[in-house]
Design a protein around this ligand. Structure first.
Ligand code: IFM
Length: 463
């Protein structure tokens, strides 16, 4: 056994207190859109708009987790999870996005948290995984500064009720997606296609994060940890040209630095502001906002799925999630294996983002809050043979282990996802779960990857 490197004869071992988790999000799994006084969210509206979602799917039933959560927590306990990352549906707590809390909504999450704690599973609560109350969207959504203020009030309500039991808090999940898929390309709710509005939305999301962090600090016990989760990209050039290098700078600016810089350096990247100057003058940023956004946090969550390779080409017209990047091309790495999403598989991209954050920003604790893959799973009599998913997870966990060995304070890993679920614009056509869901019966069947993950957790390491 080489204790220093955490490797023994049986393979890499993780630190004793390493957090083994799985993640879901409210709209993707809960269903029960009208239960206990919940109001409509932008995803209810969007999914019910014809043509938005593959096969016309909606989150109306999803994996029925709102009603089946006790069974699902039992399943998590059988897997041996040390933590469950879930999100709270804002319109369950404030049906219209403002005003006093709906007690029945808070009661539900209290029951979930208590069930987890009773099973020895740490709850990791995300406040915003994209289901904005529709009434707030009707008042301007994330384009309106007031939405950030409302979000902090919501955070305080949830924090005051559950702060004594939830040790890990995440303000936002993937603000890049909420801003740019929601307001620039329109692939996600609310389906707007205005790049200037998307930049404004990105700022208001970050402001919401900062205000919510401050609101949570005021109500959480001193041990309560606050974080934000970013979907960071490993952006590399597809060619050796200076044009490709410039494309990398632009995409890195919008995908990574637009979020990391205000959080950890206290300003927005000047080059991104210059690149987008023809769209907006950035006057929506008030000087004092950066102090709020850079309020210290305890932990950074990183979601990683696939590498990003870029080059340039003739300008493309039409909605894009990348403001002022019309001539940037996204290129598939040569010979790359891909998932059912068409996403290239390369665990070295995870290494790239983890080392980059550690070396260029703040040496704060990190967690991989999402990582996983969709494949064309087939349910047979003896379950789901998903060797490709196992290989994907193993490769990425090896990178996690290497990062820890290199001295990076990487505290946990959450597989996306615990269950097959509503994959946004793809509806139920894409399956990310390590547990198969039969949407007709709501039966859960462990895929081979779930058995494999349970064994990894049991041995606290890879074979
Ligand atoms: O399903 C999503 C999740 O909601 C956010 N991160 C990426 C996952 C896969 O697309």
């Amino acid at each position: 056994m080489n204790a220093a490197r955490g490797v023994n004869d049986q393979g890499p071992r993780f630190p004793e207190d390493f957090v083994w988790g799985a993640a879901t999000a409210a709209y993707q799994v809960e269903g029960s859109p009208d239960a206990d006084g919940r109001g409509p969210s932008i995803w209810d509206t969007f999914a019910h708009t014809p043509g938005r979602i593959t096969n016309g799917d909606t989150g109306d039933v999803a994996a029925d987790h709102y009603r089946l959560f006790r069974d699902d927590v039992a399943l998590m306990a059988d897997l041996g999870l040390s933590a469950y990352r879930f999100s709270v549906s804002w319109p369950r707590i404030q049906p219209g996005g403002k005003g006093p809390a709906n007690p029945a909504g808070l009661d539900h999450y209290e029951r979930l948290v208590d069930e987890l704690l009773a099973r020895g599973i740490t709850p990791m609560l995300t406040l915003y995984h994209w289901d904005l109350p529709q009434e707030l969207e009707d008042s301007g959504g994330w384009g309106a500064r007031d939405t950030a203020v409302r979000f902090a009030e919501y955070a305080e309500l949830v924090g005051a009720r559950l702060g004594d039991r939830v040790p890990l808090w995440t303000t936002l999940n993937e603000p890049w997606c909420a801003a740019f898929l929601g307001y620039a390309s329109g692939e996600h709710a609310p389906g707007r296609t205005d790049p200037a509005l998307a930049l404004r939305a990105a700022h208001h999301l970050m402001l919401a994060h900062g205000l919510a962090t401050q609101a949570l600090r005021a109500v959480l016990p001193p041990s309560g940890q606050v974080s934000v989760t970013l979907n960071l990209a490993a952006v590399l050039p597809a060619a050796t040209s200076s044009a490709a290098t410039n494309a990398v700078r632009r995409i890195d600016g919008l995908a990574n630095r637009l979020f990391l810089d205000p959080l950890f350096v206290g300003h927005y990247p000047v080059d991104v502001q210059q690149d987008t100057a023809r769209l907006t003058d950035w006057s929506f940023v008030r000087p004092e906002d950066l102090d709020v956004i850079s309020t210290p946090i305890d932990l950074l969550g990183i979601n990683y799925y696939s590498p990003t390779l870029v080059d340039v080409g003739p300008a493309i017209e039409g909605p894009s999630p990348w403001p002022a990047c019309e001539n940037v091309r996204f290129v598939q790495p040569p010979n790359a294996r891909t998932t059912a999403m068409g996403w290239a598989i390369d665990a070295q991209g995870l290494r790239n983002v983890v080392h980059r954050v550690h070396e260029q920003y703040h040496p704060l604790p990190l967690m991989i809050t999402e990582n996983g893959a969709a494949f064309e799973d087939e349910l047979g009599v003896d379950g789901v043979r998903d060797d490709e998913r196992i290989a994907y997870l193993r490769d990425h966990l090896e990178v996690v282990h290497e990062a820890i060995t290199a001295g990076i304070d990487l505290r946990g890993y959450f597989v996306w996802s615990l269950l097959d679920n509503f994959e946004w614009a793809y509806g139920y056509a894409k399956r990310f779960g390590i547990v198969h869901v039969d949407y007709a019966t709501q039966a859960r069947v462990w895929k081979d990857s779930a058995h494999w993950y349970r064994d990894v957790i049991r041995r606290n390491g890879l074979e």
